[in-house]
Design a binder for this molecule. Structure first.
Ligand code: BG6
Length: 480
């Protein structure tokens, strides 16, 4: 009989999560090329702009701001920031490697040593503080050149280019880094996300071909990682939004089942189970989608599945076919109908801690592989006092309630959860709105959307709280 785990297991990986394009800044330093994030403007209209085909794939400083070009300058301040993470007691730190720091155009013959050295320095600094890096190989950072010249991920050539990039960083860091993830929130590709696919407003056919190419690329990375070091743990990463039927109307329940399959399961089914599920094959048939699958690719995907499943969890979603339920909730990539039982963040994301336990039970029940919550948190407007201290009880409250549900999932449901990295552990630029105003961090960064501020770092109230959570391995969640 399997031994049942009680509360947070010894060695649980508490930490925090970031992405290169949202906090490094130094967007043209060290030989780096442009990525799709670098041409994405700041401001609430960001997502709509990126969906519109006439938005140019160029930087236009006369018209837009680009807060992510400076980010929070982690590129130069990583030692100070990592020392703060260490003070909080981080066991792991999730970061991405920006592909264009390693291959500035994505198709260069040789890697950029300055980029490799920069990441080696960051990794060494983390290890010096006994923090295990978790590296996302691709977090919305496809080199821009691959979008402009190759048409983004629908082009099969990106598989080989990605393989070369993944091999380069895995060969360099496989002895120092155990935890890896391939594509961030890969399932946003189903919605045609520019960040994920490097394509805008294309057909379902192209979106699913692009995803297929990413599945193959991901399996290649898994294969390389395991060949280099069998101890490496490499996972997939999806957004998970717990789906509810708005009510017990069977039509709404069936609609929820369909949404849930394509959004929450499809990419995980392929990457964890190693094959296209039958419901997806039927979906392809109905929508006249014919994938170009080369010989050997399905075998590769079957043979090189991921070691663990990671997911971001911010909110749940309710489904209704009833036109009277027209009041929509907001989300970073999607929004269902408003759930009358839930409150929402200032950005309209519905807050649902119990939904996280449901997610953990659902995913562990379906796949039986270890789970890693690679993002979770509350984006909020912080009001620092005269000493730059932020009393962020709202953030503590959000995180505490989610951690309580994680604890129940481990203790009561037997879920194998091994890591938790709240998003934006230090304030950084938002992905959906490209602004600094939406903050998630335990550490306040003195910087506004117009670039004003010293960029000095200040501990928020949640810093001390999270330190205590980690020190007690999740046993003391009290907000004193
Ligand atoms: C996830 C992304 O969708 O949500 C992150 O992986 C992103 O890159 C995070 O920052 C929070 O979203 P936002 O839009 O509030 O920054």
């Amino acid at each position: 009989m399997t031994e049942l785990k009680a509360t947070f297991p010894k060695g649980f990986l508490w930490g925090g999560a970031t992405a290169a394009n949202q906090f490094e800044g130094a967007y043209l330093e060290g030989g780096k090329g442009l990525t799709i994030a670098d041409i994405s403007p700041g401001g609430k209209e960001r997502m709509a702009l990126l969906r519109s085909n006439d938005y140019p794939l160029e930087i236009n400083e006369a018209k837009y701001t680009y807060p992510n070009h400076v980010g929070i300058d982690f590129y130069h301040r990583y030692q100070e920031d990592i020392a703060l993470f260490a003070e909080m007691g981080f066991k792991t730190f999730r970061m991405s490697i920006s592909w264009a720091r390693i291959f500035p155009n994505g198709d260069d013959a040789e890697p950029n040593e300055a980029g490799l050295q920069y990441y080696e320095n960051v990794i060494d600094e983390l290890k010096k503080h006994n923090i295990e890096p978790t590296i996302t190989i691709s977090h919305y950072e496809t080199p821009l050149h691959l979008v402009k010249e190759y048409g983004g991920w629908k082009n099969r050539q990106l598989i080989d280019l990605f393989e070369k990039y993944a091999r380069t960083i895995l060969e360099r860091f496989h002895k120092k880094v155990t935890y890896w993830m391939t594509f961030n929130e890969i399932n946003t590709g189903i919605l045609g996300s520019f960040f994920t696919l490097g394509m805008r407003n294309e057909s379902l056919q192209n979106n699913f071909q692009a995803l297929h190419n990413q599945f193959v690329a991901s399996s290649k990375a898994v294969k390389i990682a395991h060949e280099l070091n069998p101890d490496i743990k490499i996972g997939c990463m999806s957004i998970y939004a717990t789906m509810y039927a708005y009510d017990s109307n069977p039509d709404n329940v069936m609609g929820m089942v369909e949404e849930n399959r394509m959004f929450n399961y499809f990419c995980n089914d392929v990457q964890v189970r190693g094959e296209y599920p039958t419901y997806a094959l039927k979906y392809f048939e109905r929508n006249n989608i014919t994938l170009d699958i080369q010989p050997g690719e399905l075998d590769l995907m079957k043979e090189h599945t991921v070691d663990y499943l990671s997911f971001s969890y911010y909110m749940s979603s309710a489904f209704s076919k009833n036109p009277e339920h027209s009041d929509k909730s907001q989300g970073n990539f999607f929004g269902g109908v408003k759930n009358p039982f839930l409150e929402a963040s200032e950005w309209g994301w519905e807050i649902d801690p119990v939904g996280l336990r449901i997610a953990l039970c659902d995913l562990y029940g379906r796949y039986g592989v270890p789970l890693y919550i690679s993002e979770n948190g509350l984006g909020a407007i912080d009001q620092p006092d005269a000493n730059f201290y932020v009393t962020d009880d709202y953030r503590i409250d959000y995180l505490r309630k989610h951690i309580e549900e994680m604890e129940k999932a481990i203790r009561l449901d037997g879920v194998d959860l091994f890591a938790y990295t709240p998003w934006g552990c230090i304030d950084l630029v938002s992905a959906s709105t490209g602004e600094m105003a939406k903050r998630y961090g335990f550490i306040y960064v003195d910087l506004d959307d117009e670039g004003n501020g010293t960029m000095n770092r200040y501990k928020k109230k949640s810093f001390d709280w999270y330190q205590q959570v980690i020190a007690t391995n999740g046993a003391n969640l009290a907000n004193n």
